[in-house]
Design a binder for this molecule. Structure first.
Ligand SMILES: [Zn+2]
Length: 569
C-alpha cells in the first residue's frame, strides 16, 4: 500500500481524554476513532491487525479440532429465559421487535449453542464436539471506559465443548488451555494463566489468561513460587494473632462518636486485628450480616460465591437500623437473634474462626462490646470472604504475594451440566441411557490482544507491534520524493517487496523526512527500510528495527532479502 493513498489519520497531539497508553497510541496512530462511549470504529490499520489476530486464533482453534460456526447476534429471549439468565444478567442489551417480542444482542452464546446441540446431538458417538465462532458481542456496560478495554461492542472468539462426561470435559478444557497458550505466544503477547472466578457463567472450575500491564483493571496475585490467581479468587496465608484467654463475658463500653475501625483503634488502643467489623447486605431481599476482621476487606466476588447468587447489595442505613436497632458504626453480631430476627443469616470470614476476646459493635448507638468470643457469644457460618492484600504470605511458599495489574485476555470455564440440565440437552450413552451433556465454554477478547500488545510494546515515540499482528511488516521510506533517483529506487524496492510477498507500506508522501520518520515510529510497524541520499550514493539502504531502534546498513540489492530474514526470525 502507498501511504499517499492510504487513510492513516495520525495525530500530533495526545488526546486529552485518553489515559491508557494503548488508548492514546491507537488514537494517535490513526487505528481507531470513538463513535460513542465504549463504541469504536476500527480504521484500516486496526482492521488489518485485528484480522491477523483473528486468523491466528482460528488456526489454533482448528488445530484442536474446533469447527467454526457463525451464530446471529440477535437472539430471542426465550432461550435466555430457559437458562434463567434473562433476568439474572444485568449487562445484556435487550430490545423488542415490532410485534413486542423480547430479543437480546448476544453477550455470549451458551444458550444458542446448547439449543443447537439439544436438537441435533443424539448419541455419545457424536461426542466430543468443539464449536467456535469469531463474532461481535454486546455488553450494556454500566461504566464504559474510554479506550478498548471496557467496550459495549467488541469481537470475541467464543467456543463451546460438548462431552459425555467430566473426563471428556477435562480433555476439551486442556486443549483450549493449550490453544490459548499458543495463540497469545504467536500474537507476541505475554500472558499468565491464573485461577479465576466463574462469575455469571456458572460452573465450578475456571481459569483466566491475563496480560500484566499498567493499564489493567484487574489485579492478579503472584508469588515467586509460581502461584498466581485473579484477586477475586486469590487466597493467602495469615500471620497468627495472639488473643487473650477470653474467660470474661462480653462487656459494654461507651464509645461516644467512635464509628470506624480507625476511630476505635485510636479510642481503645486495641489493634484492628482484634476487632470484628460488621457489614449488612441485602441478599434477594433478605438481610445477611457479614463479619470481617477489623483490618480485612470483604471481597464481593467471594461473597457472591458463598451466597450462590450475584443478586445482593449493601443495606441502606435504614435497613441496617431495622435489623440491629442501632446506627452504622455500632453494629455487631451478639444478641442479633434476640432482637426479633431469629433467622438472620450471619456469615463470618474464616479469619474469625477460633478467635477470642474481640471487640465489636454492641447494637446500641455509641456503644461497643469487648470480650466477645465467636462461637460462644454468637454463631456464624465461616467462609473465605477476605480480599487478599499485597504482602500477605503465599499459601504455597509463605513469601509475600505481589499484586500486579493485568488485562484479562481470555477465560476458560468448565460449565459442567449447568446449561444442558436447564435446557434439556441430552444424549444416549453407551448403555442406551439418556445423560446430560457436559459442557465447557471458552472466550478470547480480540481487541484486548491488540490493546495488551500496545501496552507491552511502546515507548515515548509510539508503538512497535509484534510482527505477527502488525498491520504491515515493513515501512519503506524514501526520505525525499523530489529526488528522482531516490524515488525510482524506492519504487523499485516497493515492487520487489510486493512480488516477494512482504507486506509493505510505501511512504511515498511528499513530506519532510522528519515527519515521515515520526509517523513511522508511531504506527506500530516493526521494520523500516529507509532510503536516504547519503547512503544511497554508496549503494546502501538502512534497516531500522523499531523495537530496539537498532540500525543496520544493507546494500540495495540485498535489502529485501535482509528484511525477509528479520521477518522469518
Ligand atoms: Zn508462593
Amino acid at each position: 500500500m502507498r501511504w499517499s493513498q492510504a487513510f492513516i489519520p495520525t495525530l500530533r497531539e495526545v488526546p486529552a481524554e485518553a489515559e491508557a497508553a494503548s488508548h492514546r497510541l491507537l488514537l494517535r496512530a490513526g487505528y481507531v476513532r470513538q463513535v460513542s462511549a465504549g463504541i469504536y470504529a476500527h480504521l484500516m490499520l486496526a482492521r488489518r491487525s485485528l484480522l491477523k489476530i483473528m486468523q491466528i486464533i482460528r488456526e489454533e482453534m482448528n488445530a484442536i479440532g474446533g469447527q467454526e460456526f457463525y451464530l446471529p447476534s440477535l437472539n430471542p429471549a426465550e432461550l435466555w429465559r430457559e437458562s434463567g439468565r434473562w433476568d439474572a444478567v444485568d449487562v445484556i442489551f435487550k430490545l423488542k421487535d415490532r410485534a413486542g417480542h423480547d430479543l437480546c444482542l448476544g453477550i455470549t452464546h451458551e444458550e444458542e449453542m446448547t439449543n443447537i446441540a439439544r436438537g441435533e446431538l443424539r448419541s455419545y458417538k457424536q461426542l466430543p464436539q468443539i464449536w467456535y465462532q469469531i463474532q461481535s458481542k454486546y455488553r450494556d456496560e454500566p461504566r464504559p471506559k474510554s479506550g478498548l478495554l471496557r467496550l459495549r461492542e467488541f469481537f470475541m472468539k467464543d467456543s463451546y465443548s460438548f462431552d459425555l462426561d467430566e473426563a471428556g470435559l477435562d480433555v476439551s478444557y486442556d486443549k483450549h488451555v493449550q490453544a490459548y497458550t499458543n495463540t497469545f505466544k504467536r500474537c507476541g503477547v505475554r500472558a499468565l494463566f491464573v485461577e479465576a472466578f466463574s462469575g455469571m457463567m456458572g460452573g465450578s472450575v475456571s481459569g483466566e489468561f491475563t496480560a500484566p500491564t499498567e493499564a489493567g483493571e484487574d489485579f492478579i496475585a503472584i508469588s515467586e513460587c509460581g502461584y498466581s490467581a485473579n484477586l477475586e479468587k486469590a487466597v493467602s496465608g495469615l500471620a497468627p494473632v495472639e488473643d487473650p484467654v477470653g474467660n470474661e463475658s462480653p462487656e459494654t463500653i461507651a464509645t461516644p462518636g467512635q464509628k470506624t475501625i480507625e476511630d476505635l483503634v485510636r479510642f481503645t488502643g486495641e489493634r484492628p486485628e482484634r476487632m470484628i467489623k460488621t457489614l449488612v447486605y441485602v441478599v434477594e431481599s433478605e438481610p445477611v450480616v457479614i463479619l470481617m476482621r477489623g483490618d480485612h476487606a470483604l471481597s464481593e466476588t467471594k461473597l457472591s460465591a458463598a451466597l450462590g447468587t450475584a443478586v445482593f447489595r449493601p443495606a441502606t442505613p435504614e435497613e441496617a437500623f431495622k435489623l440491629h436497632h442501632a446506627h452504622l458504626g455500632s453494629l455487631g453480631p451478639v444478641g442479633l437473634a434476640s432482637t426479633g430476627h431469629a433467622k438472620v443469616r450471619i456469615l463470618a470470614d474464616k479469619a474469625l474462626e477460633g478467635r477470642r476476646d474481640m471487640t465489636t459493635g454492641a447494637n446500641q448507638d455509641d456503644m461497643h462490646l469487648r470480650h466477645v468470643t465467636p462461637g460462644r457469644d454468637f454463631q456464624a457460618e465461616y467462609r473465605d470472604l477476605r480480599a487478599v492484600a499485597e504482602g500477605d504470605p503465599c499459601i504455597k511458599c509463605g513469601k509475600p504475594l505481589e499484586l500486579v495489574k493485568a488485562v484479562e485476555l481470555g477465560h476458560v470455564f468448565k460449565l459442567g451440566r449447568r446449561y444442558s440440565k436447564a435446557m434439556h440437552a441430552n444424549v444416549l450413552d453407551a448403555a442406551g441411557k439418556e445423560v446430560e451433556i457436559v459442557m465447557g465454554s471458552y472466550g478470547i477478547g480480540v481487541e484486548r490482544i491488540l490493546t495488551a500488545a500496545v501496552e507491552q510494546n511502546h515507548d515515548k515515540d509510539g508503538m512497535f507491534l509484534p510482527k505477527s499482528i502488525a498491520p504491515f511488516q515493513v515501512i519503506l521510506t524514501a526520505a525525499n520524493m523530489d529526488d528522482a533517483p531516490l524515488r525510482e529506487a524506492g519504487e523499485g524496492l516497493y515492487k520487489q517487496m510486493l512480488a516477494e510477498g512482504v507486506e509493505v507500506l510505501f511512504d511515498d508522501r511528499d513530506e519532510r523526512p522528519g515527519v515521515k520518520f515520526k509517523d513511522a515510529d508511531l504506527i506500530g510497524v516493526p521494520y523500516r527500510l529507509t532510503l536516504g541520499r547519503r547512503k544511497f550514493e554508496q549503494g546502501q539502504a538502512e534497516i531500522l528495527v523499531r523495537s530496539t531502534k537498532q540500525v543496520q546498513d544493507v546494500s540495495l540489492e540485498r535489502a529485501v532479502q535482509a528484511l525477509k530474514q528479520h521477518l522469518l526470525s
